[in-house]
Write a protein that binds this ligand. Structure first.
Ligand SMILES: NC(=O)c1ccc[n+]([C@@H]2O[C@H](COP(=O)([O-])OP(=O)(O)OC[C@H]3O[C@@H](n4cnc5c(N)ncnc54)[C@H](OP(=O)(O)O)[C@@H]3O)[C@@H](O)[C@H]2O)c1
Length: 406
């Protein structure tokens, strides 16, 4: 690796989460000549954040609330370091995302909270390494327009899209017939609808191949994660809904594929560790050595591929419907999903209720053009209210929930 005397500045939105922590591991493994952490944004996990500050010495840090800022100051008290400036809330995340010294912004908060900060980073012309797929689902048109206008690069961290980005390198778009997203199938791949309906939160959080934050793990259990990824792929690569396929691949070794007009299929394979995708997005177009062990093909007994079961996993069809309808419907779908996932985690509804909540909200939503921020935020807010009503209607009596927990 050649010495770089001018390290690139990195800002991370969601530094204390699964992707955020892995990003810092990548930055550490690449060495200080490559990257310098200039700003970190997090929610409430001040223990992890304080350690990250002590190690990476960012100039600016944002947390969700004044209370978290107070706790963070207490954690940093007495540490022999230059203290960063600490700010709060969405304005704080926006300042992190637009920090003048940040060349690259890793967008790794979860859900809609990252939307405006990520948009501002694109408007400011930053390279955005995007993990927070919900932002592109909500406002793909707005975000890609902002990137085009400012010349910002939008690079996917999501392993499937990162794989597609690698497969598409050097291929003529007119020669690509379709793209194929792989899905592990989640913990309920082989379970019946009844078993899914009765599943507990801890069963749904047991992902078979990836270790991730709670929201994306539940999205993987309902396969809404794959639905969100179909919309994400559309905005990142410009393929129509009919050109975006899904195949269930339980081993999660093939991260995604492209099919060319002559029938050739190009796949990207690798170990199931997000550090590969993160490093690619940070160093693109260069490649650097990686601390992860390479994929050992001889250790794999078999690779399996099967079509997704659209009956047991209705969220997939809902996502295609939202993408085809366009406008603010994807934003409404995303908001309904976030509310329903939280209601499931809080044990208010069952896993199979999640798709019912989303469908009801989508049925009631009147899509508007999604070309301005206000329309998207209004759709998001209205869909959350609509989801709350539906969740209330479906909510199990406390006695039933207690029974299920036994
Ligand atoms: N994990 C993966 O392997 C993976 C793979 C592909 C894509 N993604 C996508 O990447 C995103 C992050 O996933 P994750 O698994 O890393 O999630 P996670 O572990 O739950 O982390 C979420 C991060 O967002 C922060 N956060 C949450 N609410 C916030 C708020 N209101 N203000 C400021 N910060 C807030 C959290 O802060 P605190 O913890 O400090 O509260 C945490 O740092 C998601 O969109 C997911 O779909 C993840």
């Amino acid at each position: 690796m050649t010495a770089n005397t001018n390290p690139k500045g990195i800002a991370i939105l969601g530094s204390t989460g699964s992707i955020g922590c892995n990003t810092l591991r990548v930055v550490e493994s690449l060495g200080g000549e490559q990257f310098r952490v200039v700003a970190l944004g997090a929610g409430h996990n001040v223990d992890t954040l304080a350690d990250q500050i002590a190690k990476h010495l960012p100039e600016l840090v944002s947390v969700e609330t004044e209370e978290a800022a107070h706790d963070l100051r207490a954690k940093l008290f007495g540490r022999d370091i230059d203290l960063p400036r600490i700010i709060v809330g969405e304005p704080g995340l926006i300042e992190v995302a637009t920090h003048p010294q940040a060349d690259c912004v890793v967008s790794a908060t979860v859900g809609a909270v990252g939307f405006v900060p990520t948009l501002r980073a694109l408007e400011a012309g930053k390279r955005v390494a995007l993990a927070n797929k919900e932002t592109l689902v909500m406002a793909g048109e707005l975000m890609t327009q902002a990137a085009r206008a400012s010349g910002a690069e939008l690079l996917p961290v999501d392993s499937e899209h990162n794989a597609l980005h690698q497969c598409l390198r050097g291929e003529k778009r007119s020669e690509v017939r379709r793209i194929i997203l792989t899905a592990s199938g989640g913990p309920f791949r082989t379970k019946t609808k009844t078993q899914m309906q009765e599943s507990t939160v801890s069963e749904a959080l047991r992902h078979p191949t990836w270790n991730m934050g709670a929201k994306i793990t539940i999205d993987s259990a309902t396969l809404m994660n794959k639905g969100l990824e179909v919309i994400e792929a559309h905005w990142l690569f410009g393929f129509s809904p009919d050109q975006i396929g899904i195949v269930v691949h339980p081993e999660s070794v093939v991260h995604s594929m492209i099919e060319l007009v002559d029938g050739s299929v190009i796949a990207q394979m690798g170990v199931t560790d997000m550090r590969h995708a993160i490093q690619y997005a940070l160093t693109y177009p260069e490649r650097h050595g990686c601390e992860l062990p390479p994929l050992d093909l001889t250790a794999l007994s078999a690779l399996h591929f099967e079509p997704p079961d659209l009956d047991r996993f209705p969220c997939i069809a809902l996502a295609y419907r939202a993408l085809r309808a366009g406008g603010t419907l994807p934003a409404a779908m995303n908001a309904a999903n976030e509310e329903a996932v939280q209601a499931f985690i809080d044990e208010r509804i069952s896993l199979t209720d999640i798709s019912l909540v989303i469908e009801a909200v989508m049925d009631r939503h009147h899509p508007q053009p999604a070309t301005d921020l206000a329309a998207i935020l209004a759709a998001d807010e209205q869909a959350r209210l609509s989801a709350a009503t539906e969740i209330q209607r479906l909510a199990k009596p406390t006695s039933l929930l207690a029974e299920r927990a036994v």
